[in-house]
Design a protein around this ligand. Structure first.
Ligand SMILES: Nc1ncnc2c1ncn2[C@@H]1O[C@H](COP(=O)(O)OP(=O)(O)OP(=O)(O)O)[C@@H](O)[C@H]1O
Length: 345
């Protein structure tokens, strides 16, 4: 016999462990769904997927769903679920929703512990990749295929993965990330792309081309792993990869993986809009790392700031994002937190 879904809630979410007839504590899976992801397709796909999950999950599983009402809501729901000791919290949506759920595993710079303190297993993080880009899922080769999704969640195999922490101005605001954080052109492109999601993954190409309008490559300073500050002249964009893919399938940090305990940092120097168009195929297959304008380095921590004239202040114009979500502007620091979360793989 399969459990039916608990009633949908969108706020004031409360979760408690449930005892099964055998007396064992049930495993509570909390699905956090962004109904408006992928231009509304996430909600539609989730409706089709839900009965398949219900049919397969047996009585030892309790399944709850919660729909987000807007930005940041997924993070609040996830925090409450982790505090209540959920077995797994699964994001249903794109990289933005997934990022919010990841941020819900932490509070005040620390991983959240369950309130009852008694749970021996950590809450696992899960993903059903139903967004536009859904780039994080590509590193693991996951698709939107319903059978594949159900089997993966049912098996519940866990892998400890690294999480990144991005800190930027103003006010040293911070955000955790699991996929790719980036600076300057691509971060501008990401916010432009958000207005073109109806075009699917093409939105990221449109975003990049628009971002090149009025764009200036800038001299920056970079410090890796607390070493010497080095100059990065005429930087177009810089990527800090925990996962490989970004911008709807571009293999931007091709040697990154969330299990390596470090990041791959990829810097583009002096790239112009026509370079982007002519070499775009290389971004998709990950061969851009052989270009003379591209530098790659493995890092655990990287600090980035604008190279300024003596006594001048930051322009506040060099944008920083993490997993496609706005973080702030330079100066910024990106730090790897090794083996921070259990991911259902
Ligand atoms: N109910 C909601 N209505 C509108 N926006 C929402 C809602 N819930 C979450 N959001 C915001 O929508 C943003 C984008 O959602 P999501 O990442 O799920 O889809 P996507 O943008 O289509 O996919 P991708 O990021 O993979 O390209 C998230 O950053 C989140 O803040």
């Amino acid at each position: 016999m399969a459990f039916s879904f608990a009633p949908t809630v969108s706020c004031g979410f409360s979760i408690s462990a449930v005892e099964t007839r055998s007396g064992a504590m049930s495993r509570e899976y909390v699905f956090i769904v962004n109904p408006n992801g992928s231009n509304g397709n996430t909600g539609k796909e989730w409706k089709k997927l839900r009965p398949k999950l219900e049919a397969k999950f047996d009585k030892d599983y309790k399944i709850k769903e919660a729909f987000t009402s807007g930005p940041s809501h997924a993070m609040e729901i996830a925090k409450e679920a982790v505090r209540n000791g959920a077995h797994a919290v699964v994001a249903v949506g794109g990289d933005g929703t997934f990022n919010e759920v990841v941020n819900g595993f932490f509070d005040d710079g620390k991983p959240i512990e369950p309130e009852n303190g008694g749970s021996s297993t950590k809450t696992a993080l899960g993903l059903i990749p139903l967004g536009t880009g859904s780039d994080f899922a590509r590193t693991f080769g996951w698709t939107k295929n319903a059978n594949e999704v159900v089997n993966r969640l049912l098996k519940g195999q866990r892998q400890r993965i690294d999480v990144g922490y991005a800190k930027a101005e103003p006010e040293n605001s911070g955000r955790y990330f699991v996929n790719v954080a980036d600076v300057h052109l691509s971060a501008k492109a990401g916010s432009i792309a958000a207005h073109y999601k109806r075009f699917g993954n093409l939105c990221y190409v449109i975003g990049a081309l628009q971002a090149f309008m009025g764009h200036r490559n800038l001299d920056m300073k970079i410090r890796v792993d607390d070493g010497e500050w080095k100059e990065a002249p005429q930087t177009t964009a810089l990527f800090v990869g925990n996962g490989k893919y970004h911008g709807g399938g571009m293999k931007i940090t091709p040697n990154a993986h969330p299990s390596t305990r470090d990041f791959e940092m990829v810097t583009f120097e002096n790239f112009k809009w026509f370079d982007f168009l002519l070499k775009m195929h290389m971004l998709y297959n990950g061969t851009h790392t052989s270009l003379k304008e591209v530098c790659c380095e493995r890092v655990h921590k990287v600090e980035i700031k604008e190279k300024l004239q003596p006594n001048s202040e930051t322009t506040g114009k060099v944008v920083v994002q993490a997993d496609g979500e706005y973080v702030g502007h330079l100066p910024a620091t990106f730090t790897v937190i090794p083996a921070a979360v259990d991911l259902i793989v």
